[in-house]
Design a protein. Structure first.
Length: 212
C-alpha cells in the first residue's frame, strides 16, 4: 500500500506513520532523510542537491523528486511505502503524479488549530536529559522539574504558541489545499484525530479497510 499522511504540525502524523509502518510492514520514507542519504552516498541527484544547499538555496522540487524516485526503486519499497515530508504543495503533488508516483490512499488527520496549540504549547522538555512532559497529558511529578534528573524544564522555541500559530498559517496556505487535490483523484481518507493514539490508529485502519 502506497500512502501519504496529511495533517497540520502536531497532528500526530509521525506517530501514526510508525503504527502503519509496523502494521503493514512497509517503510516510512522521510524526504529529509532521503536527501541526507543521497548527499552522503554521493548519488548524481544527491550531488546536485548539495550544490544548491552549499549556496544556501532551496533544493528545487525536480531534484527532490529525483531523490524520491531513486529511493522508491529500492527493494524494501516493493510492497508499498509511507511518504513523509512530501508533498507539501500542489506543484509538488502534480510533479509526483507526472513522474508516475501515485498513491493508494492519502490519510488526512483532522484536528483543530486550538487543540494543536494546546498540545504543543503544553509540552515541556528537559534540556539536560531530553525527557519530554506535557502539562495536561503527562505532567512531571513536581511542576516544572524533570522526573528523571531534577533539571528545570523548558518550553522549546518551536512549541511557543506564536511559533505554532505561524507554522499552522503556513500549513493552511500551502499544504491544506492538497486535500482538495487528492479528493478529486478519489483517494483522500479523512480521519478525525480525537481520543487516544490507539483510537486514531483504529480509525485509520477502518478508513483504509485494513482488517484485524
Amino acid at each position: 500500500m502506497k500512502l501519504i499522511l496529511l495533517g497540520a504540525p502536531g497532528a500526530g502524523k509521525g506517530t501514526q506513520a510508525d503504527v502503519l509502518s509496523r502494521r503493514l510492514n512497509i517503510p516510512t520514507i522521510s524526504t529529509g532523510n532521503m536527501l541526507r542519504a543521497a548527499i552522503s552516498n554521493g548519488t548524481a541527484v544527491g550531488l546536485e542537491a548539495k550544490s544548491y544547499m552549499d549556496k544556501g538555496q532551496l533544493v528545487p522540487d525536480s531534484v527532490i523528486i529525483g531523490i524520491v524516485k531513486e529511493r522508491l526503486a529500492e527493494p524494501d519499497c516493493a510492497n508499498g511505502f509511507i511518504l513523509d515530508g512530501m508533498p507539501r504543495t500542489i506543484p509538488q503533488a502534480e510533479a509526483l503524479e507526472a513522474n508516475g508516483i501515485s498513491f493508494d490512499a492519502v490519510v488526512s488527520l483532522e484536528i483543530s488549530d486550538e487543540e494543536i496549540i494546546g498540545r504543543m504549547s503544553g509540552r515541556r522538555v528537559c534540556p539536560k536529559c531530553g525527557a519530554t512532559f506535557h502539562v495536561v497529558s503527562n505532567p512531571p511529578k513536581a511542576e516544572g522539574i524533570c522526573d528523571v534528573c531534577g533539571e528545570a524544564l523548558i518550553i522549546r522555541p518551536d512549541d511557543a504558541p506564536e511559533t505554532v500559530q505561524s507554522r499552522l498559517d503556513v500549513y493552511h496556505a500551502q499544504t491544506e489545499p492538497l486535500k482538495d487535490f487528492y479528493a478529486r483523484l478519489g483517494n483522500l481518507r479523512a480521519v478525525e484525530n480525537a481520543g487516544s493514539i490507539e483510537a486514531v490508529s483504529q480509525a485509520i485502519f477502518k478508513a483504509l479497510e485494513i482488517g484485524e
